[in-house]
Ligand binder design. Sequence first.
Ligand SMILES: Cc1ncc(COP(=O)(O)O)c(C=O)c1O
Length: 359
Amino acid sequence: MRKFNFCAGPSALPTEVLEELREEILDWKSQGLSVMEMSHRSKEVVEIAETAKQDFIDLMNIGSDYDVLFIQGGASLQFSMVPMNLLTPSNALCNYLNVGQWSKKAIKEAKKYGDVNISASSEEDSFKKYPSPNDWKVDENASYLHLVMNETIDGACIRNHENLPDVDLVADCSSCILSEPLDVSKFALIYAGAQKNIGPAGLAIVIIRRDLLTEKNDIPAMMNYKTYSDSDSMYNTPPTFAWYLSGKVFKWLKNKGGLENQKKENESKANKLYGFIDSSDFYKNDVDIESRSIMNVPFLMNDESLNQKFLAESEQAGLLNLGGHRSVGGMRASIYNAVPPAGIDALVEFMKDFEKENG
Ligand SMILES: Cc1ncc(COP(=O)(O)O)c(C=O)c1O
């Protein structure tokens, strides 16, 4: 029996996608082998890859002035690839927001290649309040401004994209990509690790404005965005399985009504969970209301000695992976696209019963 999986990543995949995979795993379309065993240069795999890319472009409504790249190494590799590609000897200055644990990692890497101006930081607020764009101190001479749109560990995100500054924005969207529509034209580059809303781990997707694809002879070919763009992301052997399954997730999203539909569903799921937490004296979420993530919902109990009991009993009840990140503790429900509304209902019911017994 499948259980509800609230893992932050690798996270739940849609059951329908896994069922399709089960159908195809031994014998893909009567070819007598699985996609995993096919050459990445075969016309079948090239078609799977191209279809997945196009479906992603359709879902995100990406204009032809951008390319979409499929790259190994996860989102963490992007922490390095971004500065390596976008900084130049004549301009090694970049702006970063320090809004959570993943921001700190991105900043650490950028400092190896350039001078980092911290445009805003919420560290003094323990990353509980995403700074408003009106308060960012952006150095206009910098090559770009990097922001983590949704901080997966801290559960804080930027909900309002109205006042983003008119500079080259680079966004880590690992834990919010495909959760709702996003105006790609406001960004120079967007990247996301796959293992949350896209597909299996082992892949990151990069959306890059084409004018940023430049020849760079001072960095390894595999670190250069242009290498991927010039070769349809097949310069070397790509993670074909992750790509193929991601394509199935994109079809699943399209069939469900695309990102407008996801936005409605995700907001409704998040509102239900936050609504319950706020109505209880037993649980709390201490993220500023305007900054609350609709994907990652951390919560605490007033009596922390109950944490282990909560985790053991929730697992017994078929609610998996509700522990907070090891660096912050507490609990966290990651409620990505593949966690159905019924998963939220089951979680809220469990939390109510737990409160009755232990409150
Ligand atoms: C916002 C964000 N950025 C970057 C990463 C790192 O991703 P990866 O493990 O794919 O390198 C994560 C992982 O959870 C994340 O949530």
